[in-house]
Design a protein around this ligand. Structure first.
Ligand SMILES: [Zn+2]
Length: 429
């Protein structure tokens, strides 16, 4: 469908969901009353800007069932965020939602080249956060075999890939690196020994260097995908064959990009924060939800893959992930990008921020691949110097680089989504 047609669908669905939320749900009714909004005020797409943003903290006040748009008896599945920073945010799926969810995920698997008859190893967690279930339902819908492995048991993951003719995998990029390195250590060449062709990776920002590394370790083409548990997770966006931004699904979501400070729309393609509205939802109202994810949004007239759905860029970080160090705003993903350019550096690093005599000091501790690098003083000093110079050109700030042996820094659980809290140790607080 060309853009104007898709937008017509979006306006129609937006009007319906706002009306449903206003009429059936006390949380939305009170919220819109407070902001003087009547569902009839929404006539065109731009009118979405009249609606107030939802934030994690606002949604929390509706916990537990406050954002449900249907009677409890119609809800078939409950998912929630991990709730590491407070009460978890629930998502209620009806039969219609689960069906649509499977459909969106099937589109994404198809878009990356997976076809009926493929064998998908699903190493996302099967649990309250939605990671595993989305692709599972998508695979079933398409008619491709899925192995619901979930996270952990790295040796078993490798075994499944080799023994059952797995052709595609999905998991977090950091877990992929972990599995790939483990196989390499054990003398197994997955790229050569397996039937793998395709991988879908998401749930955390990953650099181009990490992508190249995964592709080499597994002998696959790697695709970026996106999902938030508040919207049932996977199925919100994925790269197509062009791998130039992810397509989101205009019939299911309205995706806005705002200036995080002013809340105003930024121009098409300009950086900003993603704001999602779930217009195809049946069980849960999530209207104008601030994701905190930094990206950009644009509509290609027609992507080379043939799809007309809008696109958004890989997530560069989160508005609440950044740390201010000596007046510079630094994202852990920027540091990772620089570190991963060097093959001597391993998968794990940590940023330590201290205040020394009134001045902020950043120390980047980075694990090396081989402990010999640390022992060779000349080599390690040269590498640290190079990293310091490169890092300064990216973040604007001079830092101290400390190279440490492999497996010496705290590691997030394998397969668990990696947030900045694992990367940043702020001793100023
Ligand atoms: Zn495309």
């Amino acid at each position: 469908m060309p853009k104007p047609e898709l937008e017509k669908v979006q306006v129609k669905k937006l009007r319906q969901i706002v009306k449903k939320a206003y009429s059936n749900n006390k949380f939305y009714h009170d919220l819109y009353k407070k902001h003087n909004i009547n569902p009839g005020d929404i006539k065109k797409l731009e009118d979405i800007q009249k609606l107030p943003f939802l934030e994690k903290k606002t949604v929390r006040t509706a916990y537990p069932y406050g954002t449900a748009l249907v009677p409890r008896e119609q809800i078939l599945e409950l998912h929630t965020t991990s709730g590491t920073t407070g009460k978890p945010t629930p998502c209620f799926a009806t039969e219609k939602d689960i069906d649509y969810w499977g459909e969106l995920n099937a589109r994404e698997l198809w878009m990356t080249g997976i076809r009926p008859g493929d064998v998908l190893l699903n190493s996302y967690g099967y649990g309250l956060p939605t990671g595993g279930f989305g692709f599972h339902y998508g695979a079933l819908k398409m008619g491709c075999m899925v192995i619901p492995k979930g996270t952990g048991e790295t040796v078993r993951q490798i075994q499944l890939i080799l023994d059952f003719g797995v052709t595609a995998v999905c998991m977090t990029p950091s877990y992929a690196i972990y599995i790939g390195q483990k196989a390499k250590e054990d003398g197994i060449n997955i790229a050569r020994k397996s039937k793998l062709r395709i991988g879908l990776f998401g749930a955390e920002p990953w650099s181009m260097a990490v992508r190249n590394n995964i592709e080499k370790l597994f002998g696959i083409t790697a695709y970026d995908e996106y999902g938030m548990t508040e919207f049932l997770g996977p199925g919100q966006g994925c790269e197509c064959s062009e791998r130039d931004g992810m397509h989101t699904w205009a019939d299911a979501f309205i995706l806005e990009c705002i200036d995080p400070k002013t809340g105003e729309w930024v121009d098409e393609g300009e950086p900003g924060e993603l704001v999602w509205t779930w217009i195809s939802a049946d069980g849960t109202g999530v209207i104008r939800y601030r994701s905190r994810d930094l990206s950009s949004v644009w509509w290609d007239k027609k992507c080379k893959c043939g799809r007309t759905h809008p696109k958004f860029a890989a997530v560069k970080g989160r508005t609440d992930d950044s740390v201010s160090i000596g007046g510079f705003i630094v994202y852990p993903s920027q540091v990772e990008e620089v570190l991963m350019r060097h093959r001597e550096i391993g998968a794990n690093f940590r940023m330590v921020i201290e205040n020394v005599k009134g001045l902020d000091k950043l120390t980047v501790k980075a694990e090396v691949q081989d402990k010999k690098v640390v022992k060779d003083k000349t080599k390690s000093a040269k590498l640290a110097k190079a990293l310091q110079t490169e890092l300064k050109s990216v973040i604007g700030l001079k830092s101290v680089i400390e190279l440490v042996p492999p497996d010496t820094l705290p590691r997030s659980e394998a397969g668990e989504s990696k947030t900045a809290t694992h990367r940043v140790e702020d001793r100023r607080k």
